[in-house]
Design a protein around this ligand. Structure first.
Ligand code: NDP
Length: 455
């Protein structure tokens, strides 16, 4: 059978762009369709702009701490519109680079919506139908907009926040995971009065319990109101803003409500019913290996697959898919030991398992723990403490999990992840010379376990 293209990619986000570019460098004729902006969630309205806003928020600490080091900073104020404009310029620059890289690799970018239209066929918004030997779905995900209470349409999601023309003075964030806590923390840093409303017992479900409690306390100490075990029941507009009522009987007057209650795989209106593709219950596309679906010509990478919704995972899988299918290079991508960070202030960095997971698995382990005041905090007069935890298998001395809550946690955990991938034992950490003075040196100087757990 003759096809118009070797590869048609639906979605120009992190995974789709990488796959398209690598496939083209292997000589494939590739088109990628995107109905929004090239770069996807991460670049346009996710990780990248969020991190820029986190940097903006953290200057508040710098100004406050500077005094202890002899500086007089004077009056400070923040111009939200200037931040958004600067962020928009940077995102436009990055989008340009992504598009230029595709162009240079010979990938055709179709700025339109595309959907499946039977095996090997893709229909564009203008009705044109193209055929491709392989189709890759890399449509990502979209924020959940309906949290099941009246008035939830008055709330924003992460997608709108990046375009807000004014910073709210009061903000309620619904949810207790990455998106909720990162925005809650950065808005608080910029001066917004923030309430986090989380339905569970403790924020950051799935993380090590001590990390969750430590971060919760740190956010409260920074002035955030963190409410657990409660849910919104109604949201309505008032003459002065919004009024949120909760199941627990709270009535909160606020300027904005941010719904950060998860994301859905973007498989709606994708034409999956035109092919024999089996979706999972949550609407995601199950894959094996890098990107294989139950159809040999159809592939999927990134958030749409329901795998860890993280950019590096999409990029790795997209690259591996292109290498395998178009370069004949077998690739194995491991989804184990994925390091992750929550860019709150203080930030969380984690790799491997937490204590609760080890207990559930019945794994005897030692807990090495250190809490300390970072050096900078001394002169700054700040009492926020850093938490570091190393979890070690008792049977074989293997390091099974490392957790940091404190400045630069993400930077540290990326490198710790290399050691864990190599199968590092606690003895390897111990024989590594400390780098002094640093916070990270604590990771190689903890000698006495604080706890031991046996099934
Ligand atoms: P998550 O799915 O991780 O968390 C959703 C949160 O909303 C949870 O706290 C959940 O509670 C709560 N929730 C879900 N449904 C409701 C509801 N109906 N009413 C009230 N609360 C509800 O979603 P996020 O949007 O935070 O993040 C999506 C993904 O994006 C993450 O899994 C992560 O992979 C990725 N991401 C990564 C970042 C990073 O690496 N720094 C940053 C941002 C996103 P419960 O715990 O009880 O289920």
């Amino acid at each position: 059978m003759e096809f118009d293209r070797d590869l048609f990619v639906i979605g120009a986000g992190s995974g789709g762009v990488r796959a398209a570019r690598i496939a083209a460098t292997h000589g494939a004729k590739v088109s990628v369709a995107e109905d929004y902006r090239v770069g996807g969630t991460c670049v346009i309205r996710g990780c990248v702009p969020k991190k820029l806003m986190v940097y903006a928020a953290r200057f508040a600490d710098d100004f406050a701490d500077a005094k202890g080091f002899g500086w007089s900073v004077g009056a400070t104020s923040h111009d939200w519109a200037a931040l958004i404009a600067a962020k928009d310029r940077e995102i436009a620059r990055l989008e340009g680079i992504y598009a230029a890289n595709l162009d240079r690799a010979g990938v055709e970018i179709l700025r339109t919506r595309a959907r499946l239209d039977g095996p090997h066929r893709v229909r564009l918004a203008d009705g044109r139908v193209l055929t491709a030997r392989h189709v890759l779905i890399a449509t990502g995900g979209t924020p959940v907009r309906d949290a099941g209470f009246p008035g939830s349409e008055l709330a924003a999601t992460s997608e709108e926040v990046f375009g807000w023309t004014r910073r709210p003075e009061r903000l309620v964030v619904v949810g207790g995971a990455y998106v909720a806590l990162e925005f809650a923390s950065l808005f608080a840093g910029l001066g917004t009065k923030v309430t986090v409303l989380y339905r569970g017992e403790e924020i950051l479900r799935g993380f090590d319990g001590e990390v969750r409690r430590h971060l919760h306390a740190a956010l409260v100490a920074r002035g955030l109101d963190v409410v657990t075990g409660d849910l919104p029941t109604r949201l309505e507009r008032t003459p002065t803003g919004l009024k949120l009522e909760t199941r627990g009987g709270r009535v909160i007057e606020t300027d904005e409500v941010l719904l950060a209650v998860g994301r859905r795989p973007a498989t709606r209106d994708l034409g999956v019913e035109t092919v024999d593709l089996a979706l999972a219950a949550d609407g995601s596309i199950p894959v094996t290996g890098a990107a294989a679906t139950n159809l040999p010509w159809l592939h999927a990478v990134g958030d749409v697959t329901g795998r860890a919704a993280l950019t590096p995972v999409a990029i790795r899988d997209g690259h591996a898919f292109a290498d395998e299918v178009f370069g004949g290079i077998p690739r194995e991508v491991s989804h184990e030991l994925i390091p992750t960070a929550v860019f709150t202030t203080p930030e969380v960095g984690t790799v491997g398992v937490g204590e609760e997971e080890l207990r559930t698995a019945g794994t005897a382990h030692l807990v090495f723990r250190s809490t300390f005041r970072p050096m900078r905090a001394t002169l700054a007069g700040r009492d926020e403490r850093t938490l570091m935890k190393i979890l070690v298998g008792e049977a074989d001395d293997r390091v099974l999990g490392v957790h940091v809550v404190g400045p630069d946690a993400a930077e540290m955990i990326q490198l710790v992840a290399v050691a864990l991938r190599m199968g590092a034992k606690k003895a390897d950490f111990d024989r590594t010379m400390a780098l002094h003075p640093s916070a990270a040196e604590e990771l190689v100087t903890m000698r006495q376990p604080s706890d031991r757990w046996r099934p």
